[in-house]
Design a binder for this molecule. Structure first.
Ligand code: HPA
Ligand code: ZN
Length: 327
């Protein structure tokens, strides 16, 4: 079993991970008790049993309910530190982590508690686990662009703690161009920009993420294969796709991993990466994504494993000088 060992031990970067999606049911119940938050589930088992999703929205409803237990800075710290320990076990050496401030500020949690809780866990991970990391603030696309502007404003006192912005939540009916002005402002501020596109939404959303938001990476992007001209463009411009295989199956984007199009994307010359998205909800952390995908796809071997790991570093936002030192 050389291939599973290679997948487990090879150093990798994780570029598509929602920190609120790393909140395990046990920690949800512990924080609910500590903070006096009522949950609509009787037990850890009952909560886990609800993780039977039919589409993105059915997941998001439960994901936002789970995040409602996060109140104090230490809650954000504990969640993030738990993620880093899992990441270290998977030989993740660099992580670019999404967070959804609006999920918390809407409940009256101050921006400072969110960002500093995450930041202090990242500092500890750097010191104790030798994992480098960066934070990426995501705007919720089911909310308005004005609310995104207000969120940006609220986060700017902590500008040094995040490197970029992204776009997540309900994709259908909320195309990237809804956020053109706020993304333009973010680019002016020197922030890196990424967006979820082509997970459930059509290939046209991938195009407008590129043209109107001028994103540097596409999160998911798997529906690009419905538009061969777009695939050619993604390959030519070497726009990375942060693909999340287990997520795609849990949210019924593909019926199973044997039908996932990641091998086709690699064959087309795209800079594809493997990531976990919301590992506490989708059945595993990043190594589980690699292991199950490779087990289901006989065409994937050591060569593809190394390619995917190399792509994860190429697609990361660390400076080119650091990338050279990694080689
Ligand atoms: N898609 C959109 N929004 C999200 C996701 C996702 O996969 N995970 C957490 N928020
Ligand atoms: Zn995601």
């Amino acid at each position: 079993q050389q291939l599973p060992a290679l997948l487990r031990t090879m150093p990798k970067a994780e570029l598509h991970l929602h920190i609120e999606g790393s909140l395990e049911p046990e920690l949800i119940f512990r924080l609910a008790a500590r903070n006096g938050v009522a949950l609509p589930y009787a037990s850890v088992e009952a909560l886990r049993a609800a993780y039977a999703f039919t589409d993105l929205q059915s997941f998001l409803d439960i994901y936002y309910a789970g995040a409602s237990v996060l109140i104090e800075e230490t809650d954000f710290f504990e969640m993030t530190w738990a993620y880093f320990q899992r990441a270290a076990a998977d030989n993740v050496v660099h992580a670019e982590i999404f967070f959804d401030p609006q999920t918390h500020t809407a409940r009256g949690v101050p921006m400072e508690k969110v960002i500093l809780g995450l930041h202090h866990a990242a500092e500890r991970a750097h010191q104790e686990l030798r994992i480098s990391s960066r934070l990426i603030l995501c705007f919720l696309r089911h909310l308005s662009e004005d609310e995104a502007f207000a969120t940006l404003e609220g986060a700017l006192p902590y500008r040094r703690h995040f490197i970029g912005v992204g776009l997540d939540s309900s994709e259908r009916g909320h195309p990237p161009e809804k956020f053109s002005r706020v993304f333009a402002r973010c680019r002016e501020l020197g922030l890196e920009v990424v967006a979820h596109a082509g997970e459930e939404g059509p290939p046209a959303y991938i195009r407008t993420a590129l043209d109107d938001l001028q994103v540097r990476r596409i999160d998911h992007g798997v529906r690009c294969t419905e538009d061969p001209t777009l695939v050619e463009r993604l390959a030519r411009e070497r726009v990375p796709l942060t693909v999340c295989p287990l997520s795609n199956v849990k949210l019924c984007v593909f019926p199973n991993l044997a039908h996932h199009n990641l091998p086709a994307l690699l064959d087309a010359g795209l800079c594809v990466t493997v990531n976990s998205d919301d590992p506490a909800y989708f059945g595993g952390y990043v190594n589980q994504n690699y292991l199950e995908l490779f087990a289901a796809q006989p065409g994937l071997g050591a060569r593809e494993a190394w390619q995917l790991a190399a792509n994860s570093f190429e697609a990361s936002f660390v400076a080119d000088a650091t990338k050279a030192a990694w080689r």
